[in-house]
Design a protein. Structure first.
Length: 307
């Protein structure tokens, strides 16, 4: 009886710690959209065709959103299909998936793949894009940033945000993209920059991944006890800003009702064994803010310099 009570109390503590700071966050609107354009693996020679095909897919999704009466979604999609925007893939269904390129991927020698956390979808996409643009500007020419919204992220106030379920489904797709990038750009330096729940996704995808760096920031934990369990040759980095509320999340893993709640060891702890980078005093959403210490550190990692 005491053991069950302890598990229940710990579960409640984890839930309260994750949910309380962002109570009221809205989930994505379910808007009908067509099936995505069928495309093969990423290749340098096929980039322009790929960008054009996805632009037409976004246009079709815009038309369906307008017919559905969702003017906000239609406006957002109209912005996404501008000729200056370049998408490796797009799927407007079920909250939305989008993989966008910032910079010249064909010529890039350094590639940063941004993996977002909870409540990132087509409704909140501009916030994710702002961070990708800030990093792209920081890196300058010779680098490409890929904003990988390649999975249905959990809602911040949804129970899925406390388990590895969404990450387990997303990890194979992320790993597949990194393999395609490695084949298309064998001499490029690839880094994964993983935020919040995205760190759980990256940890699940890490095994055998041909990447130079896996960077965990604003992380609630990864579901692994230490960095060695990720089974990767990449350098594993971790950082947390001094004003990031996620630092108060209990680092526990609790078996409960056939699943496991929580993500275990704190990635910035000595026990986890990651290499620590300086994030100064940023908050949970501030790691890619222009002018921040955290952004400068992340830029140096992508460039292959010490953070």
């Amino acid at each position: 009886m005491a053991s069950r009570l302890r598990r229940a109390l710990l579960a409640a503590l984890v839930t309260a710690s994750v949910v309380a700071p962002l109570v009221g966050a809205a989930g994505p609107t379910e808007v009908p959209a067509p099936a995505p354009v069928a495309l093969g693996p990423v290749s340098v020679a096929g980039l322009e065709h790929r960008y054009s095909a996805n632009r037409e897919g976004i246009r079709a999704a815009e038309t369906m959103a307008a017919r559905h009466g969702d003017r906000a979604r239609a406006r957002a999609l109209r912005k996404m299909r501008r000729p200056s925007r370049h998408f490796l893939s797009f799927d407007g269904r079920n909250g939305g998936r989008a993989v966008e390129v910032y910079g010249d991927l064909g010529r890039a020698t350094r590639i940063a793949v941004l993996v977002p956390g909870s409540d990132t979808n087509l409704e909140t996409y501009d916030r994710f894009r702002d961070g990708a643009l800030a990093l792209s500007r920081r890196l300058g020419g010779g680098a490409a940033v890929i904003g990988w919204l390649g999975y249905k992220t959990p809602g911040t106030v949804a129970p899925e945000v406390l388990t590895t379920g969404r990450a387990a489904g997303a990890a194979p797709r992320l790993a597949a993209l990194v393999r395609e990038l490695g084949a298309a750009k064998p001499r490029a330096r690839i880094s994964l920059l993983c935020h919040s729940y995205g760190t759980v996704v990256c940890a699940r995808a890490a095994r055998g991944l041909n990447a130079s760096d896996i960077v965990l920031y604003g992380s609630p934990g990864t579901g692994f006890d230490d960095a060695r369990q990720l089974r990767t040759r990449a350098t594993v980095w971790a950082g947390r800003g001094g004003n990031d509320w996620i630092g108060g999340v209990p680092h526990v893993r609790i078996p409960l009702l056939g699943t496991t709640i929580g993500f275990g060891t704190d990635p910035v702890s000595r026990k986890f064994g990651a290499r620590i980078f300086d994030a100064d005093d940023v908050g949970h959403s501030g790691y890619l803010e222009p002018g921040s210490t955290a952004l400068a550190s992340l830029g140096r990692i992508v460039e292959g310099r010490h953070a």
